[in-house]
Ligand binder design. Structure first.
Ligand SMILES: NC(=O)c1ccc[n+]([C@@H]2O[C@H](COP(=O)([O-])OP(=O)(O)OC[C@H]3O[C@@H](n4cnc5c(N)ncnc54)[C@H](O)[C@@H]3O)[C@@H](O)[C@H]2O)c1
Length: 467
């Protein structure tokens, strides 16, 4: 089949790569020239500098004859002559803190698409085409997509909702072996097209292929993300907090007791100072906004957003409240700025607010190391926009970042940070404050404490150095 992707972000690029690997002919269009050049370069380093997803570069290089990246709409117009399906993979960010989705990117792209679809096949529109919402969108969005198509006079066209469930950091392996594929359509013809698109997975014993209506598909995506967000909030803000407030409760032991119940399950049974990322917060906000508009009581849903912010702010203020440590004029090492391991995505990363707090509190120097996300962070804290950012410095190794600091904060769960205790012991002599926002050093807490290190970690009371 011939598939067009509009938007080459985490979702568009990864899904397009998997479709090319399934044997389809794929064209990917984006307005970001730099991104398109890198993704289409055929060069591993360039691809990873733009989208750091394990397996993406392999797939793009291996399937280069099946996939093309472009910023030229003329190529899109030509492709539409015989295109079977168009995947809309546009960003749908939150407008400020309102919860409302900003659909401008989606509408802009859909309107241009509709205009061109109406012109296809010398205006005869003889080629049947399906337009697919892959972006996470409001529940009744499909009606708007249909309106845009109708207004432009598009015929012989179906609209479908196919929410994306990929997990950043595992986007490729997850998309090659998805646990479910959800197709929301109003008619059999569109279901048939989608079965052909996903023929690789329709009868797979390991994938649930779910056919529902478009509103159910869109609602299912938002509700699934809210559910997962709740699980994290319970771990961080209830189980973790209980362990912080009582002596002799080890988070890892409680995790075994609680997660051992299959009704509860082990997913999300870890601790962190913040649940960030591009989806959970935004999609929960969107759910709140939509339900509020429909007159529903949303206090329970909103509480999850609040406790997540509380968890981050509380982690930061524990330095002063529990240890009496003031960040003013201090040099602080920040280990990890990606919102989680295995990605260079910093959207809603908890590190952003922590660095802002350090700036506000008059830190002398903020030293940063992250294996993948530093250039993204540097773009955000652009010194040409605010001279305060000049105290933020970037380093290429854990050792360099730790040297000559008064405290360190571990904010991302990169696996390589598990061995940081040994480095801290050699580079930062006790007394020294370790703030572990991920419990990544929990196996060495006793040892570090005995050597005189002060430790503040999510899921533990303050561990005062014993020397
Ligand atoms: N990232 C995830 O883990 C994830 C998972 C599931 C669903 N989603 C949803 O998928 C959607 C896309 O997310 P993402 O993470 O890929 O976003 P992204 O920001 O990484 O990518 C979106 C891309 O769209 C491009 N774009 C913007 N306007 C355009 C236009 N008019 N024409 C062509 N391209 C345009 C941007 O340049 C960008 O490259 C969002 O709705 C998101 O909520 C994301």
């Amino acid at each position: 089949m011939k598939l067009l992707y509009i938007g080459a972000g985490f979702v568009g690029a990864c899904s397009a790569a998997v479709m090319a690997d399934s044997g389809h002919g794929v064209l990917v269009y984006d307005i970001d020239k730099n991104k398109i050049e890198k993704l289409g370069s055929g060069d591993r380093e360039q691809i990873e500098s733009c989208l750091f997803e394990e397996g993406l570069s392999d797939l793009l290089i291996r399937n280069k004859n099946n996939i093309e990246f472009t910023i030229e709409y003329k190529k899109v117009e030509d492709f539409l002559e015989s295109c079977d399906a168009v995947f809309m993979c546009l960003p749908t960010p939150e407008i400020g803190d309102t919860g409302e989705s900003n659909l401008k990117y989606y509408f802009d792209a859909a309107e241009v698409l509709a205009k061109n679809l109406a012109q296809r096949n010398k205006k005869t529109q003889s080629q049947y085409v399906v337009v697919i919402n892959k972006s996470t969108v409001p529940i009744e969005m499909i009606n708007k997509t249909q309106e845009i198509m109708d207004k432009a006079g598009v015929k012989n066209c179906g609209v479908v909702s196919n929410p994306e469930f990929l997990v950043e950091g595992k986007a490729i392996s997850g998309s090659l072996k998805p646990d479910r594929i959800v197709i929301g359509a109003w008619n059999q013809k569109d279901f048939e097209v989608m079965r052909e698109v996903y023929s690789r997975f329709v009868n797979s014993p390991t994938t649930d292929y779910v056919e529902v209506n478009p509103n159910e598909a869109a609602a299912g995506k938002l509700l699934a993300n809210y559910y997962l967000f709740c699980k994290l909030a319970i771990c961080y803000d209830v189980i973790g907090r209980t362990c912080e407030k009582f002596e002799n409760l080890k988070f890892e032991n409680l995790r075994k007791i609680i997660g051992g119940d299959p009704r509860i399950g082990s997913w999300g049974m870890f601790n962190s100072f913040f649940a960030g990322g591009s989806c959970f917060i935004k999609d929960t906000g969107s759910l709140v906004h939509q339900l509020e508009k429909s007159g529903a009581d949303v206090s329970f849903i909103k509480e999850v957003l609040r406790v997540n912010r509380y968890q981050r702010d509380n982690f930061y203020s524990r330095a002063k409240d529990e240890v009496g440590f003031n960040f003013k004029n201090k040099s602080v090492a920040v280990l990890g700025v990606a919102f989680k391991r295995d990605t260079n995505d910093i959207r809603n990363s908890g590190a952003i607010e922590i660095v802002n707090k350090l700036l506000d509190n008059g830190a002398k120097e903020i030293k940063i190391y992250d294996p993948a996300a530093m250039s993204m962070f540097q773009n955000l804290f652009d010194v040409s926009k605010d001279s305060r950012y000049k105290i933020i410095k970037y380093f290429n190794s854990e050792k360099e970042v730790l040297e000559n600091t008064d405290a360190c904060m571990i904010l991302t769960d990169w696996p390589k940070f598990r061995t940081l205790a040994d480095l801290i012991k050699t580079v930062c002599s006790a007394p020294y404050l370790i703030m572990d926002g991920r419990r990544i050093l929990s196996a060495q807490f006793d040892e570090l404490q005995n050597l005189g290190y002060d430790i503040i970690s999510v899921g533990s009371p303050y561990l005062k150095g014993k020397k």
